[in-house]
Design a protein around this ligand. Structure first.
Ligand SMILES: Nc1nc2c(ncn2[C@@H]2O[C@H](COP(=O)(O)OP(=O)(O)OP(=O)(O)O)[C@@H](O)[C@H]2O)c(=O)[nH]1
Ligand SMILES: [Mg+2]
Ligand SMILES: [Zn+2]
Length: 316
């Protein structure tokens, strides 16, 4: 056979293309013998071009063919164990797979600078639940205050792991490392919350670039631009993605939304109407729970906000 295929994983996706890391090194390959920039076979592009932004995602297991000394081509993609997706920019119905073959999403927030934003956490949680992945919530920059935000206790009560950390003074880093080792994680969080700082603290040799928080806007400066796969000592890997401003909701049907909120899902079966939207219907058990104080108002607000955005999507 003139063309032999090589097993590899997609480890970087950016404007330059797709970088794969081979399972077995090639002696005559420049660099460490493992890495090859690849194009993607036409047949893969054609298969699903209208519904997916890119045919490959970081984390994909692929078979590649070496086409030149330092170039290759992705010949096939193995079926994915899981995906984390969002709608493509300006194309709501096109899927942008941010990462493939992931176990968990580490939702990184900051206590301050930028301020803790539970509505955004709830949005990501909905996507994580829909993708059937595990979620871990990290509250970073704990050095800037004395106490975790009150919502943290709510998330813990719902069964999510919450870690309070400071990359600056190195607290909670061992617990974070323990959570990451042996699993494939996507790190999601707004620009400037300290994702790269935390990963550098977990493992010194990752050498990720740390940016400044803009003094005027209080936002980060989007230092990390590509999606990158990072191997961890002791096993497992982390996918560091560009700071996501809006964690878009891809493919979530409106009627499923309530089931993605663990607390709302607890009350919803007792609503009078099985298709209750929990917004105005009589006999709504979710509304009743809200009135009784059994459902935290911020969770219900997050639900309403997302429901509205799904309604807008469906109307467009
Ligand atoms: N006080 C304090 N500052 C921190 C902490 N962690 C990170 N920072 C600072 O916050 C700023 C942003 O940190 P990054 O690690 O670049 O943030 P990021 O989330 O990777 O940002 P993007 O790559 O833009 O998405 C830097 O100035 C860091 O020094 C922390 O625990 N406490
Ligand atoms: Mg970063
Ligand atoms: Zn209801």
């Amino acid at each position: 056979m003139s063309e032999s295929t090589l097993a590899a994983r997609v480890v970087r996706l950016d404007a330059k293309g797709c970088l794969v890391r081979l399972d077995e090194p090639l002696a005559d390959l420049p660099g460490d013998g493992y890495e090859l920039w690849c194009g993607v076979r036409g047949k893969i592009h054609l298969r699903d071009r209208r519904h997916q932004k890119s045919p490959v995602a970081v984390g994909d297991r692929v078979l590649v063919i070496r086409s030149q000394e330092d170039r290759g081509v992705v010949d096939s993609i193995e079926p994915r164990r899981s995906t984390l997706s969002r709608p493509a920019a300006r194309r709501e119905r096109v899927e942008h797979v941010m990462a493939a073959n992931v176990d968990q999403v580490v939702i990184v927030t900051a206590l301050l600078d930028p301020p803790f934003n539970p509505a955004w956490v709830d949005r990501v949680l909905a996507v994580v639940e829909f993708s059937e992945l595990d979620a871990v919530i990290v509250v970073n920059k704990m050095d800037l205050g004395d106490e975790a935000p009150p919502e943290a206790a709510v998330y813990e009560a719902l069964g999510y792991k919450v870690l309070c950390t400071s990359a600056a003074v190195h607290t909670g880093i061992d617990a974070l490392r323990e959570t990451l080792v042996g699993r494939t994680s996507v790190v999601a969080g707004h620009s400037g919350v300290g994702k790269s700082s935390l990963l550098n603290a977990v493992q010194v040799d990752l050498g990720l670039v740390v940016g400044d928080v803009n003094a005027v806007t209080g936002r980060g400066t989007h230092t990390t631009t590509a999606a990158v796969w990072l191997d961890l000592e002791g096993g497992g890997a982390v996918i560091d993605t560009a700071g996501v401003r809006e964690f878009g909701l891809f493919g979530i049907p409106k009627r499923d939304l309530a089931w993605l909120f663990r607390d709302i899902a607890l009350f919803a079966p007792d609503c009078r109407y099985p298709d209750c939207s929990h917004t105005h219907e009589p006999g709504c058990a979710v509304q009743a729970a809200l009135v009784e104080g059994a459902l935290p108002p911020f969770r219900f607000d997050s639900y309403l906000k997302i429901l509205e955005s799904l309604e807008e999507r469906d109307a467009s």
